[in-house]
Design a protein around this ligand. Structure first.
Ligand code: C5P
Length: 283
């Protein structure tokens, strides 16, 4: 029985740099895994079975099952597995929960099925499952480019405390991308400079998020939550991915816990989290 965490991600910066003929967008982002995590238990069984703590997600089209079936077909595997997912990361929240579950499934099954498959090959399967999945095979702090398939690991940032906060609602990624305007597109330099600073040993800082205006237009609740988080962190906040979750940068666990408590008192979902580096990741 293998039990592994599937960490959530945040985007320290995310710039949309162009539209693509395939309907996706080219982006430049710095992504970071954080301590909020789903748990995935995997045991060997003859066929593929999937169970989930959230019954609404326990279907055959869950990314976990799709990852297992894709890997099994690609390498003609005859064995199966029972995948049991315990959800803690909010769904469609900009935290990459489903993508992280899928990447963790690929990593665990590569071991369970003793596959001699390199990271490059696994990345190609990950990219088929979703734009954020390749990042989660690497984790820690990374520069992500293209549709999401080009992942360059960056030096781990010093452990940093953050607060995640969101209204109780889901924001489908495709809908937010559909709301982009000409002003949403930027050149990517804010994000590449941030990546260089981190790789040079700098502390974690926040850049800009090109999806933010479109997300706030669709979700006034996400905009209010972000506003409150800005007030509580001296303006050190950013929307994560396509939202509705915002991330606030704080100086300590005590501050993170205090800010999360005040957000919960105002009716928001909130969690104090710390950064997870590749060195902390046991997958
Ligand atoms: O790849 P994934 O299924 O996560 O993407 C969900 C949606 O987000 C896509 O259908 C697309 O509308 C949008 N997207 C995009 N450009 C990206 C990633 C996602 O337009 N690089």
């Amino acid at each position: 029985m293998h039990v592994q965490p599937a960490y959530a991600k945040i985007n320290l910066s995310l710039e949309i740099v162009g539209s693509r003929p395939d309907g996706y967008h080219d982006l430049v982002s710095v992504m970071q895994t954080v301590s909020l995590a789903d748990r995935l238990r995997v045991a060997a069984t003859p066929d593929i079975r999937f169970t989930c703590s959230d019954p609404a997600l326990a279907s055959e089209d869950n990314l976990v099952v799709r990852a297992a079936r894709l890997l099994r077909a690609a390498y003609d595997v005859r064995e199966g597995c029972h995948l049991a997912l315990e959800k803690r990361i909010p769904v469609a929240a900009g935290l990459g929960g489903g993508s992280s579950d899928a990447a963790t499934t690929l990593l665990i099954l590569r071991r369970l099925w003793r596959l001699q498959v390199g990271l490059d090959e696994l990345q190609a399967i990950a990219a088929e499952l979703g734009s954020d999945v390749p990042f989660f095979l690497v984790g820690g702090t990374a520069l992500v480019e293209g549709r999401g398939e080009r992942v360059t690991p960056l030096r781990d940032v010093p452990q940093t405390w953050l607060v995640l906060a969101a209204p109780d609602e889901r924001l489908p990624t495709a809908t937010v991308y559909g709301g982009l305007t000409a002003e949403s597109f930027t050149g990517g330099t804010t994000t590449s400079r941030l990546a260089e600073a981190i790789d040079g040993g700098g502390a974690l800082t926040l850049g800009r998020n090109g999806l933010q205006a479109a997300a706030f237009q669709l979700s006034p609740g996400a905009a209010s939550c972000f506003g409150l988080l800005c007030d509580l962190t001296g303006g050190h906040a950013i929307l994560s991915g396509s939202g509705p979750t915002s991330v606030g940068l704080v100086a300590s666990w005590t501050e993170a816990d205090g800010v999360a408590g005040r957000l919960r008192a105002r009716g928001y979902w909130a969690e104090a989290v710390r950064t997870i580096g590749r060195g902390d990741d046991t997958r």
